[in-house]
Write a protein of this length. Structure first.
Length: 318
């Protein structure tokens, strides 16, 4: 007799039925794992694209994205396809930066006996919606909430040349970017490009989301949530960043252009290459060594020397 599989019931909060590919990847994984069931999709009926960013900031990001483009973009749009999920449209009450959901939407969540809502849309969620699902709302913040709250994602880490950029998975509370931390993922900051830094961070966020949900399914939701109480991520009260204005964006545009030109010039006239150095006199200083330089399109590494009949034979990897 087969054992019954207890599923984690999920609902989605989205701005549109066309979602970025990083979200599509995550949802495909969840639909193919029998321990999860996506039962409800709540679409934002009053979604409008934010126009608060400055003109020069948008220009800076377009130039950076064009020059530093990468394959497998996490931002390409795909049609949401979850055939067995109910679909409803919500028109939240809007206050300055926050969304408050009407009672009928909160009741829909409760009637579907949802364990977690996954937030991929809407603005700052406040009010009773935070408690509508049994265990709350899971949301990614693409930044380290102990240092970088607000936005834009993975941007100010590049400006400040931070050694790492983080993505945080949290259970939402009334506090902005200061929910209950479930886990974090840290990546080395790509200080050469805002786009490249953001690109890898969003894919890392998808994997973090996947890993945490998998741990919940493996260990049980209550056991997992109890275990995270032992995690100490410190104070989550980092500086609240905002999109740069035109003047600051112009400064960054000039700096970005200069840095890009400098790197391109360096790569044209100089390049990184591994070579071999040897000394027949037991050299102790770098100047005591002779260089075995490979062709421009190759590197030499992992040398191994054999002495035979007064001759030296050098083996190495090319």
């Amino acid at each position: 007799m087969s054992q019954k599989v207890f599923k984690i019931r999920l609902g989605l909060l989205v701005d549109s039925l066309y979602v970025p590919s990083w979200i599509d990847n995550l949802l495909n994984y969840l639909q193919n794992d029998p321990r999860f069931e996506i039962v409800l999709v709540i679409e934002n009926g009053s979604f409008t694209k934010s126009g608060r960013s400055s003109v020069i900031y948008r220009l800076l990001r377009k130039i950076d994205t064009y020059l530093m483009k990468l394959p497998y973009s996490p931002f390409s749009r795909k049609k949401l396809y979850i055939p067995n999920a109910s679909h409803t449209i919500a028109f939240p009450q809007k206050k300055k930066y926050s969304d408050y959901f009407p009672p009928e939407i909160i009741q829909v969540v409760k009637d579907n006996h949802i364990d977690f809502l996954l937030r991929f849309g809407f603005r700052i969620i406040r009010g009773e919606m935070l408690k509508a699902a049994q265990y709350g709302i899971l949301s990614l913040h693409h930044g380290d909430t102990s240092e970088y709250r607000g936005g834009p994602p993975a941007f100010w880490e590049v400006v400040n040349r931070a050694p790492v950029t983080a993505v945080t998975l949290q259970l939402l509370t009334e506090k902005l970017d200061a929910g209950t931390i479930l886990d974090k993922c840290y990546l080395k900051t790509d200080i050469t490009s805002f786009h490249r830094n953001q690109h890898k961070l969003y894919w890392a966020g998808e994997q973090l989301f996947r890993d945490v949900l998998k741990k919940m399914a493996d260990r049980g939701i209550l056991d997992y949530l109890e275990s995270i109480r032992q995690n100490d991520f410190g104070e989550q009260n980092g500086f609240l960043f905002k999109n740069p204005g035109n003047f600051r964006s112009f400064q960054l545009l000039i700096k970005f252009g200069f840095d890009t030109f400098r790197r391109a010039s360096f790569q044209k006239f100089r390049f990184d290459q591994w070579c071999l150095l040897y000394s027949l006199q037991n050299g102790k200083k770098i100047n005591d060594y002779e260089v075995i330089k490979p062709p421009r399109d190759r590197i030499y590494a992992d040398p191994f020397v054999v002495s035979e009949g007064g001759l030296f034979y050098l083996f190495f990897e090319e």
